[in-house]
Structure formats: structure tokens, C-alpha cells
Design a protein around this ligand. Structure first.
Ligand SMILES: [Zn+2]
Length: 400
């Protein structure tokens, strides 16, 4: 395998050497304001990674969790006056439909936090037995002082870690905590919130421990690749790594792949800020394939500001590709196929792959001679998940 990918922990592009079945874990959605363009961009990157690995003859086992109980879905359900699992199910159904419309294939496994409580509790118990936890007022904390490598995934300074943990759900410095960055593994539920029985009291898990438990339950102690948005590097993934390795004594993830965050008006999209573009709204006006093409114009590591004209432009590009697909001949497709593979091997450079495909299309529209060009174009686009909705690829083409 010639794939090279940027690894967050090492801060450089490295050879990606997975098991023959690639064990991937991606942090999924908290189903309460899901399926905006930011989610789609993120999950599309891992869909493209899977497709490229499969083309390279790997099997991919991609696990993407559902955080159906945490500090953000419960207040939202309360605000709407609905049961949090009803909210989760409705949002999840919409999310699944929207991802499908964009050609983002479902994960091989989609564990839900509320259905993983036994594993979560068992993992906290292991941490307790190994001396990595302490309890204050019914809340069980992870003691980061017991893990010397804490902070080495993100490489952030203590000040930055503190600022981000406060911004992203941590409970910050409290006199009772041993270290101000210690995080919650288990805590008593607030009034009207769901709770579960555990050896450390009735309550519910913290967010980070849910992912560690679900990831290791699906894949064993060591993943080939752990993914998510760059906004999850700290504290979420830093905490996941610390507690997982503390529990097993083994490396947790051999590779960390993070995707840039899409912004609007300079801020990460979020319902509370009102700067959200939902996939289902775009689907009322544009084809799923056009939205997908629009999101493929950026390298996965690049955070970017959403451009309202990105989808209309991609819709035009799609029409051009369609016209080319029905052409009769173009350039010899082999160099273009090689360019696509090389681009994807180079830290999953999808925009460069698309550029090669566009040039192949241009050679067809210019009336080239090689009759294999149009079907090669269709196959390349299908491999990248862009459904032209016309024509047949090489394998389905009836001979004669
Ligand atoms: Zn997670």
C-alpha cells in the first residue's frame, strides 16, 4: 500500500500501514442538530478514505458511534419537551437519509452510547482498579496525573488545553479536583435526566469514556485509525487516548486523522449560533451528487469558510461531466487513472484527483480518439461516489 497520511500525533505525513482489515473509528454525531455541511464534509472524508483503501484491496471496518446521551442532547430534548431518545431517533433517521443522498456509505457498525452502558461501566471499573480515578461528591474523575503522556496527542500548551476544555464541555478548575484538567468519567444525573446503576453510584457517563468503550469493544485495544474533526483533538481525543491506554497498557490508535472544520461567518457551524447550512435544505434545490462534488473541492485537512455558490458551481461541473460521460472518445485514460491513484495516496488529495478527472472529461469534450475514455470517466467518478445517474461502467457494459 502506498498510502501516506498526515498523523496528528506525529504532526507529519507518514506511511499508513494498517492491518489487512482496517480498523477505523470515527466520532459520530450527537443527534440533535445533525446533518449540516460541517458533518457532511467530515464524514465524506472518511468515506473517500474507505473507498480508496478498498480499491487498494483492503477490507475496511468503519465504526461510527452515536452519542445519544451527553451534555448537549439532554438540554435540547428538555427544551423541545420530548424524550431524548425520541429526539435522537428522529434526528438519526434524517441524518442517515441525508448522508445516503450524498453517497456517504453507512458505517459497518454504528454503536450507540445508551446501548453500550455495560462496556462503559466495565472500562471505568478497570481504570478504578488500576488507580487512575478518584471520586468527589458522587462524580468519578480521571486523574491525568497518572498518565505522563497526557497532552502529547494535541501538543497544546497547558493554557490552551484549559481554555479548550472549558469551551468544549469540561468542568474546569474546581478546588476538589487534583488537576484542573481532570475530566469526568461518571457523574450523577441531574433531575429528569436518565441514569444508570453502577458500582460508583447512579448516574451517567462523561462523553469521552463513551467513545473509548465503543471503539475498543468493536476493534479491540488498538485501532488502525481514529478520526474526527480537528475540534475533537482536544479534549475529546486526548482524553480518549489517555484513559484507553491507561486501561489496557497498549497503544490506542496507530494513526490519528483529523478533518478541518467548516465555518460560516468565521465560526464553526452550530445551531446555537444560527450559522448552519443543512444538507436537507440544499437537497431541496440541488442533486446529492452536486453537493458531494462541492464538498470534494477542499483537501480534508483544510478548514474553510462555506461559500454559498459552491454547490451551484458544482452542479454545473456535474452537467459537464455528464456530457463527457456520453461522449464517444477522449484521451488515453491510463495516465489519468494513475494520477487519481497517486493523488489519493498523497494524503488523500481529493481535489488533485478531481482535477485529473476534469482534464479527462475535457479531452472527451474536445473530441478525442480513445474509446475507453468515457467509461473510464464514469468508473472513476463512481469510485469516488459521484453518481452521474447515466451510462454503464466497464463491468456492466454488455459486450458487443
Ligand atoms: Zn468520540
Amino acid at each position: 500500500l502506498g498510502l501516506r497520511l498526515f498523523d496528528t500525533a506525529q504532526q507529519r505525513i507518514v506511511d499508513f500501514r494498517p492491518h489487512s482489515t482496517v480498523r477505523v473509528y470515527i466520532c459520530g454525531v450527537t443527534p440533535y442538530d445533525t446533518a449540516h455541511i460541517g458533518h457532511a464534509t467530515n464524514f465524506l472524508s472518511y468515506d473517500l478514505l474507505s473507498r480508496h483503501l478498498e480499491r487498494r484491496r483492503h477490507r475496511v471496518h468503519l465504526v461510527r458511534n452515536v452519542t445519544d446521551v451527553d451534555d448537549s442532547i439532554l438540554p435540547r430534548a428538555r427544551e423541545l419537551g420530548v424524550h431524548y431518545l425520541d429526539l435522537a431517533n428522529a434526528e438519526l433517521a434524517r441524518f442517515t437519509k441525508d448522508m445516503e443522498a450524498l453517497g456517504i456509505r453507512p458505517p459497518q457498525e454504528e454503536p450507540r452510547a445508551t446501548e453500550s452502558m455495560e462496556t462503559i461501566i466495565a472500562l471505568i471499573q478497570t481504570l478504578m482498579e488500576r488507580g487512575h480515578t478518584y471520586q468527589v461528591d458522587g462524580t468519578t474523575y480521571f486523574d491525568i496525573g497518572t498518565v505522563p503522556s497526557y497532552g502529547s496527542l494535541s501538543g497544546y500548551s497547558h493554557q490552551l488545553m484549559l481554555r479548550l476544555s472549558l469551551k468544549r464541555g469540561g468542568d474546569g478548575p474546581r478546588a476538589v479536583k487534583r488537576n484542573e484538567l481532570d475530566f469526568v468519567l461518571w457523574k450523577p444525573s441531574a433531575e429528569s435526566e436518565p441514569d444508570w446503576d453502577s458500582p460508583f453510584g447512579e448516574g451517567r457517563p462523561g462523553w469521552h469514556i463513551e467513545c473509548s468503550a465503543m471503539a475498543m469493544s468493536a476493534h479491540g485495544t488498538t485501532l488502525d485509525l481514529h478520526g474526527g474533526g480537528t475540534d475533537l483533538i482536544f479534549p475529546h481525543h486526548e482524553c480518549e487516548r489517555a484513559q484507553s491506554e491507561a486501561a489496557t497498557g497498549e497503544p490506542f490508535a496507530r494513526h490519528w486523522m483529523h478533518c478541518g472544520v467548516v465555518t460560516m461567518a468565521g465560526e464553526k457551524m452550530s445551531k446555537s449560533l444560527g450559522n448552519v447550512v443543512f444538507v436537507h435544505d440544499l437537497l431541496k434545490r440541488y442533486e446529492g451528487a452536486a453537493i458531494r462534488l462541492a464538498l470534494m473541492q477542499r483537501h480534508y485537512r483544510e478548514g474553510y469558510e462555506w461559500q454559498p455558490d459552491a454547490v451551484p458551481r458544482a452542479q454545473k461541473q456535474l452537467q459537464r461531466l455528464r456530457a463527457a460521460a456520453t461522449g464517444s472518445g477522449g484521451a488515453d485514460p491510463r495516465p489519468y487513472l494513475a494520477r487519481v491513484d497517486a493523488a489519493l495516496d498523497d494524503d488523500l488529495d481529493v481535489p488533485a484527483a478531481l482535477m485529473a478527472i476534469d482534464e479527462l472529461a475535457a479531452s472527451i469534450l474536445a473530441g478525442g480518439e480513445n474509446a475507453a475514455a468515457p467509461s473510464a470517466l464514469v468508473d472513476l467518478l463512481r469510485f469516488l461516489g459521484v453518481d452521474l445517474g447515466i451510462g454503464l461502467g466497464i463491468e456492466e457494459r454488455v459486450p458487443g
